[in-house]
Design a protein around this ligand. Structure first.
Ligand SMILES: *Cc1c(COP(=O)(O)O)cnc(C)c1O
Length: 422
């Protein structure tokens, strides 16, 4: 079983708390996260890079619930954000700017000046145009902005095409040749940029442990060229996140050891601080989506379990053809067979699992969609006028309501305010 999740008797529990009890109290669909599993996952990364001067900057976009951010804050984590909205979330839980890194390809002027107000530790710059904009905003304020250039090393992360970011054809980062030119410009026509580092994140859900050592070679080699060109030392090397987790039986999470072995000696040579931006590997295995079976429908070809969660709660199966294990909350000896687990949303693409072998549930049964702690709730939508589910954080054997279930009033508010006046 996944760490933190196990059957007590026949009842699936998280850190000893019964999932059926939580569904009874808070309703379904329901997200449930284990703080302890997040801590464990964070410490695994910390241990792998022990001996380096490192900041593990949790990727806020993977799960941005305030209670989750607080757990990471208390561990001493840094935070990687990709929008002004995520900056506000870090501020809500009292995370200081020096523990925040600002990434993303489309930073607006307002986001840049808000991030300067907050004193973020680094802007990851993704294009020449963005470098020029950050330079202009900083100049208008009479400041210098700390920046790292995000390079695109053209290394294939061998993951799903929608979560590959380090290939030439992706929108992320700058090719090495142009990045070197841009680094030079920080000494001439971009004087309000303080070039402090190099950033590289080539994709998500990477499971092949030979990839990161290649990225290390590319980034270290490039960092040396930049220092030669500018005559200035760099302070940070940022390798992003992307550490893969085991979604399917038989998979193992990314082994970080080859990465650490390749990297640690180089960090010492270059005298730079290491930055990492893991999201999925911390939050993913720590969460489940609980859902109840509304109907069993026997089709001509296959059986459909129609559940009360949908692509609106968990988009990953639809968007990435992603696999999530689905477990019965009450272990049972129901007849097995092949089924599609689908939601009520009016889209053929609305499914949580296709052609899955397992115990065919009965109407009213609870199912747990595993490894849903990252890129789950944060990608939820209200399509079909569906209020978003509640989120629960389990910590120290206690359940904390981390977000209440949305109501129809919540969904209608922005329209109600103007509708009556029209
Ligand atoms: C999404 C993202 C991450 C986190 O990726 P995971 O696969 O969740 O670890 C880190 N850095 C950047 C720049 C990202 O866009």
């Amino acid at each position: 079983m996944t760490l933190g999740f196990d059957y007590i008797g026949d009842a699936l529990a998280v850190d000893g708390v019964s999932l059926a009890d939580l569904a009874g109290e808070y309703g379904t669909p329901l997200y449930v996260y284990s703080a302890e599993v997040m801590r464990h996952n964070y410490r695994r990364i910390e241990r792998a890079f022990a001996g380096a001067d490192v900041m593990i900057a949790y990727s806020v976009k993977s799960n941005s619930n305030l209670a989750v951010l607080k757990v990471l804050k208390d561990l001493g984590a840094g935070f990687d954000i990709v929008s002004g909205g995520e900056l506000i979330r870090t501020q809500r839980v009292g995370i200081p700017g020096e523990r925040v890194i600002f990434a993303g390809v489309g930073k607006t002027e307002k986001e840049i000046s808000d991030a300067l107000d907050a004193g973020v530790s680094e802007f990851n710059v993704e294009s020449e145009a963005e470098a020029e904009r950050i330079n202009a905003v900083a100049a208008a304020r009479g400041e210098r902005a700390p920046v790292a250039i995000r390079i695109n090393p053209n290394i294939d992360a061998k993951t799903h095409k929608y979560i590959t970011t380090g290939k030439r054809e992706n929108k992320f980062g700058i090719s090495m040749g142009r990045a070197l030119e841009l680094a030079g410009r920080t000494r001439t026509d971009l004087p309000n940029l303080d070039l402090i580092g190099i950033h590289c994140h080539i994709g998500s859900q990477i499971l092949d442990s030979s990839i990161h050592p290649r990225v290390v070679e590319a980034v270290v080699d490039f960092a040396r060229k930049v220092m030669d060109k500018t005559g200035q030392p760099l302070k940070t090397l940022n390798f992003g996140g992307g550490f893969g987790i085991a979604y399917e039986k038989g998979q193992t999470p990314l082994d970080l050891q080859p990465f650490a072995d390749a990297l640690l000696p180089r960090l010492a040579e270059l005298k730079v601080k290491l930055l990492l931006e893991p999201g999925r590997s911390i939050a993913g295995p720590a969460g489940v989506l609980l859902t109840r079976v509304e109907y069993i429908k026997k089709g001509e070809e296959r059986t459909f379990a129609i559940v009360d969660a949908a692509m609106t709660e968990l988009l990953r199966p639809t968007l990435y053809e992603a696999h999530h294990e689905i477990l019965p909350v009450h272990r049972n000896d129901r007849e097995t067979g092949r089924m599609d687990v689908v939601g009520p949303v009016c889209e053929t693409g609305d499914f949580l699992a296709l052609d899955r072998e397992g115990a065919i549930p009965h109407q009213g049964d609870l199912l747990a969609v595993m490894d849903a702690g990252a890129y789950g709730f944060v990608m939820s939508s209200t399509y079909n006028a569906r209020p978003r589910p509640a989120e629960i954080l389990i910590d120290g054997g206690k359940a904390l309501l981390a977000r209440r279930r949305e109501t129809h009033e919540d969904l209608l508010r922005a329209e109600d305010e103007v509708f009556a006046a029209n």
